[in-house]
Design a protein around this ligand. Sequence first.
Ligand SMILES: Cc1cc2nc3c(=O)[nH]c(=O)nc-3n(C[C@H](O)[C@H](O)[C@H](O)COP(=O)(O)OP(=O)(O)OC[C@H]3O[C@@H](n4cnc5c(N)ncnc54)[C@H](O)[C@@H]3O)c2cc1C
Length: 549
Amino acid sequence: MAHHTDALVIGSGLSGLVAACTALDRGRTVTIVEQEGPQSIGGQAFWSFGGLFLVDSPEQRRLGIEDSLELAWHDWEHTAGFDREDDAWARRWADAYLDFAHRDLRPWLRELGVSLFPVVGHAERGARTEGGHGNTVPRFHIVWGTGPGIVSPFTRQLREAVREGRARLAFRHRVTELLVEEGRVVGVAGDRLAEDVTVRGEPSSREVVGDFELRAESVVVATGGIGGELERVRELWPASLGAAPTQAVRGVPVHVDGSGLALAGEAGARLVNGDRMWHYTEGVGNWDPIWPDHGIRILPGPSSLWLDHRGRRLPSPNYPGFDTLTTLGHLRSVGAEHSWFVLTQSIVEKEFTLSGSEQNPDLTGRNLRRLAQRILPGAPAPVQAFLDHGEDFIVAGSLTELLDGMERLGANADGTTIDRAAVVAAIEERDAAVADPDSTDPQAVEIRRAREYIGDRLVRTARPHRILDERHWPLIAVRLRTLTRKTLGGIQTDLDSRALGADGEPVPGLFAVGEAAGFGGGGVHGYRALEGTFLGGCLHTGLRAGRVI
Ligand SMILES: Cc1cc2nc3c(=O)[nH]c(=O)nc-3n(C[C@H](O)[C@H](O)[C@H](O)COP(=O)(O)OP(=O)(O)OC[C@H]3O[C@@H](n4cnc5c(N)ncnc54)[C@H](O)[C@@H]3O)c2cc1C
């Protein structure tokens, strides 16, 4: 296949689309090569909840949230925990991202026709101790239209460019090699895969029907992370998080396979921070799966009681939605393959949001009538479907029934299950704390504090009540497993998204963006993320690469 193009982008996820559209805006011709079919355009971002981290936005100010660039930097630094020489570029990227999220991101979104849901979420609330992780204030802005809402302005622009002959989309082309001549990346080679009509997200065939070679002035690696490859995740699992989980669910499609990272490494790019990852502890099996072992993440409010595999209450700050990696580390350290939320119907109705565009048809479909139902009694329909069909959900009319269900579902590899007395003691401890307005129990304090913020009071935090208060029943227990999602390390890049080599100098002709580049610099997040910074990082890195290309 002979074809001239100025820029060649590997991967049609959000970061690749943004790099391509920005380069097109500047008069370049672009070819996108993508191993999946046209039905998968947008990659992970299509499935995403569309949460974006912004700093000191009009949405925050309207809700009385006092944010600033200084506060955001303080939170980022304490959360990232940068501690390696390799973090030098990541720090610069973090600084640049915060500036972008403070100044340019929102006006640009408006220009693209992307608007934001007015209630700002408080993701990754963190421990409120000096030097603790997390967001001091709410910063999670949801795109009106969720994942598809952030992808569509770019797919529209690209299709227009295809019609005008300025862009080309080569689907079912899997890159297996970056072509290097005299130290410069000059193109790609790979396999042409058989046409495949599986629906978006389902694994597609890997039958090879031919090969291809394409040349370009600039090659952009936009191939995503490794979260779909459970074995690879286990191999790279950091010792600081204990042993790798054996029973993880997959939070991303299987095409998130990390192949681009290896290709870039072979072409001379420097791969850093492979041991830094962002996986969740609140994964449940999807009752209606799209990809194998498909897990859904619960975005929880603060009121559920969180217990380990034996039924013991997790120590502070491991409360729902507070500190992802500390909780994951704690669970791994006590040998828990799963943990439990114990809650009431009142809590599930107000506090359970499921991450993913398809799990939020009201926001994704921009449907105000359906959205209004969130503040009416009853669980949102997708949450109700999990209560009815989810393999990890127990809905019980009595405490005994709840404990029986947990005992049945919670078999551990060593033959143990929950300790019933520990569960009852934990429920009673939490209930006593929540019922006492002067309690200093950290979770009770955080629930009260959350309700001081109007956004939480409206849609995210139930009125405090005892779990054993029958007026709020049925009782619910949810078995939670590790859910793989994001790769925080990747190809080290400079602020123009140019891939750097072992000597720290740019590899001529090679760029990297999005998750493949650790969302900037090979790991802009350090060890931990503040949430909404992944889509934000794709927009930011793609923009910078596209401008330079
Ligand atoms: C359910 C879900 C919810 C999420 N919610 C949020 C959220 O609210 N906020 C947030 O910030 N982030 C969220 N994320 C994370 C975010 O969506 C991703 O980190 C981001 O979209 C990654 O984009 P990307 O362009 O880097 O890679 P991807 O979207 O993974 O795209 C990479 C593309 O490259 C292709 N590719 C890979 N290797 C090759 C090869 N060798 N040859 C050809 N093509 C190749 C792949 O097929 C794929 O299409 C969520 C993710 C999921 C799955």
